[in-house]
Design a protein. Structure first.
Length: 137
């Protein structure tokens, strides 16, 4: 279905019409305008929007989508252009989903952990010990 306000509806053709069909429909439309006594400005405006050339048609179609609410806009965030950042964000979201579902999430190292409440292992660097101290062996 073609919206009423489109150039295709004005010409009475489908958006898939060939260049020859567009040309013939434009000629018929201009003839109807002239028969109705339209001004030269209206007739010039009818010729201004040309759907015969592929580039002009693509530009028109981009500006006038069939359903304006379905126009696709870029929705990604530039942060996801970086693979490492994308993977980290994906892991974080998957971890949150699994934890919310009551699943246990494996952490290969401490860089992905967020909960350290059950960790009672001494860590010399974090506990302020010097490399020579051996109090926790």
């Amino acid at each position: 279905m073609v919206p009423r306000g489109s150039r295709y509806a004005q010409l009475g053709i489908a958006p898939e019409a060939t260049a020859a069909e567009v040309r013939a429909a434009t000629d018929r439309y201009v003839a109807r305008l002239k028969a109705a006594g339209a001004s030269d400005d209206v007739i010039a405006e009818a010729h201004a929007v040309s759907l015969e050339k592929p580039d002009a048609r693509a530009a028109y179609d981009a500006e006038h989508p069939p359903l304006a609410l379905l126009r696709l806009e870029p929705a990604w965030d530039r942060v996801f252009d970086d693979r490492a950042t994308s993977l980290a964000a994906l892991r974080r979201e998957l971890e949150r989903f699994l934890l919310d579902a009551g699943e246990v999430v494996h952490h290969p190292d401490d860089t992905t952990r967020t909960d350290f409440t059950a960790d009672f292992r001494p860590t010399p660097l974090l506990d302020g010990e010097r490399p020579g101290d051996r109090t926790h062996e």
